[in-house]
Design a protein around this ligand. Structure first.
Ligand code: ZN
Length: 381
């Protein structure tokens, strides 16, 4: 059952994640120092000594090649030994942390969150806390055959903050913000948010994300050192280093993050279907988020960010993906002998609203004037 997080409940702080957080920038800085140091040393070296160095390299090329090969093999073996299969989805992934280390990371995160929001927690009797606890308990009970559900002590807290956000720590501590609760129309939509966040926990996405960052940081150390060693001056090296970071971000880190989000959406839909929630509200929720976003952009309160620059899939994409997975989720509801869904499909009013906002957006673009105040998604519910 879901417990309540008290504002003063603190857990032992463990050192390991702190060490990791420090080692990451230090290792990058060292790679720059080593590469740049080599370039400066080489540029200052007299011509005859450069020739001695080149001859030494030519004579020992096989030894160096074997050394690099051995290091590469060791790296491959390490990587291979840490590839695991994600539960319920079967996706193969690199996981650098064991259960104990994951617990250490979780406790560290918990500590940071509690210290940040301690003064803004709603009391345990508040209707919003009650609602999150009620929905969370229903999701837990319906999915209590999953070991990841019954081996955790799940807790809930609601932070009085206008942020439209909710997250669950790997320990099972759910933190919801009042800003998010205010846009959720009913328990089914609260379930949409909670089930998605719980799925991140079940699938150990925090540990996986950290593992992936750790691996990428290790892999790019060599190209970083090479850039600073080979390019003729600091300006060129700094520009190339920046470019390398952007390429890694755009082509590896961000797509990976979006994959994890989509995976949590998929599993979340299944968790809610088993708990007999109206799964169509998942799609309606993302539709509403899309409308809210569009209205903010039209009013100039938010700038357009292309999906490939985002850590999350776009709201429209998530809505479409939910619609695609809907028949499977509705079948699962029937399989679990849930009561029939209401004839009123909650997706319909949202789709009509989306259409009207899009038409208004097109007219606004033609006239070049901002959207009038009051044209918000709240009119949909
Ligand atoms: Zn997420």
């Amino acid at each position: 059952m879901l417990g309540y997080i008290g504002a003063t409940s603190l857990r032992p702080r463990l050192v390991h994640p702190v060490l990791l957080a420090v080692l990451r920038p230090v290792s990058k800085f060292l790679a720059v120092l080593v590469g740049r140091g080599f370039r400066k040393w080489w540029q200052a070296l007299p011509r005859h000594k450069k020739e001695v160095f080149r001859n030494h390299l030519r004579r020992n090329i096989v030894r160096y090649a074997v050394g690099c090969g051995l290091m590469g093999t060791a790296g491959f073996v390490y990587y291979n030994n840490h590839v695991t299969t994600a539960p319920y989805t079967g996706r193969r992934r690199f996981m650098a942390f064991n259960s104990q280390q994951q617990l250490s990371i979780s406790n560290q995160l918990y500590q940071v969150v509690m210290e940040e929001y301690a003064d803004h927690m709603l009391c345990k009797d508040h209707p919003m806390v009650d609602c999150v606890r009620r929905v969370g308990n229903r999701l837990l009970q319906a999915n209590n055959t999953m070991p990841e559900m019954y081996t955790r002590v799940w807790t809930v807290s609601v932070v009085d903050n206008s942020l439209m956000n909710c997250f669950v720590l790997p320990t099972g501590d759910i933190v919801m913000f009042t800003g998010m609760m205010e846009v959720l129309d009913n328990d089914d939509q609260v379930a949409a948010v909670l089930a998605h966040e719980m799925s991140h926990t079940i699938l150990e996405h925090v540990a996986e994300h950290l593992s992936q960052n750790y691996l990428l940081d290790l892999v790019i150390l060599f190209p970083v050192a090479l850039i600073w060693a080979v390019l003729p001056n600091d300006l060129l090296a700094a520009l190339s280093h920046w470019l390398l970071n952007r390429v890694v971000e755009l082509f590896l880190r961000l797509p990976y993050s979006r994959t994890l989000e989509s995976e949590a959406d998929h599993l979340g839909l299944r968790l809610a279907a088993k708990a007999c929630y109206d799964v169509r509200e998942f799609s309606a929720f993302w539709g509403k988020m899309a409308v809210l976003e569009k209205v903010k952009k039209m009013n100039g309160q938010e700038t357009e960010v292309p999906f490939w620059l985002s850590t999350h899939p776009s709201n429209e994409d998530r809505q479409k993906e939910m619609d695609k997975q809907m028949p499977e989720a509705i079948d699962l509801r029937q399989f679990c002998k849930c009561p029939s869904l209401s004839l009123r499909d909650p997706r319909e009013p949202i789709k009509r609203l989306q259409q009207s906002v899009t038409e208004q957006h097109n007219q606004t673009s033609l006239k070049g004037t901002p959207l009038k105040e009051g044209s918000t998604a709240s009119s949909s519910s």
